[in-house]
Design a protein around this ligand. Sequence first.
Ligand SMILES: [Zn+2]
Length: 253
Amino acid sequence: MAADTSPPRARTFPPRSRPWILTYHSVSDPTDDPYGITVSADRLDEQLTWLRRRGLTGVGIAALLRARAAGRRGLVGLTFDDGYADFLDEALPVLLAHGCTATVFVLPGRPGGSNSWDPLGPRRPLLTEEGIRTVAAAGMEVGSHGMLHRDLTALSDDELRHETHASRDALHRIVRQAPSGFCYPYGTADRRVAASVRDAGYAYGCALVPGALTGPLALPRTHVSHADRGARLRAKEVRHRLRYRSAGTGEAG
Ligand SMILES: [Zn+2]
């Protein structure tokens, strides 16, 4: 059954808090990893165990926002960027074992391709269209990472529209449900980019450090690496709560 990715109802967050959302990429052997974007399946298991001991359950972002709108706490958002094929064999079994869901941000313009935008490599295969459908069928949320993994802030208006609108249409065709979430490649967005994401029909947008943008179209996230274990995770959680404790209302512009 596909994840319920209907748009979250709330457009604002309670004051003094913003949801804590973790950012993963590849789940595989982390030894050749110049960008620090790989976590082993064992380490992911350890990190989810740590969260659970702290009373936190990982969920996809649409579910996270719906739960917060309903006043529910005790959740942390889990996101996997780029749509690496290893999600199915490495991450998914661990997530399911912990009773977690996640949002996987995929690139419908590169089905079955690789991360050729990373000049240092190593090359990692991306999910095929069938793989994207399998992710959705496993109960995970599928979101858009744009078509081709381009820096949206540097694109013309027409190119930007293609990355936001066409990727939503493509994912609608692939999983038969329009995605409610968008993740900005490289974590960067500005007002023009956020407006394009909103106009395409997405209910939320994930950044890394959203800068001056606020609201559901500029959700901040915490990058998680293979080195992150209890003390480091705790430090990242505290940093998130301090940084975003009073910036929780308002719309992205
Ligand atoms: Zn990415």
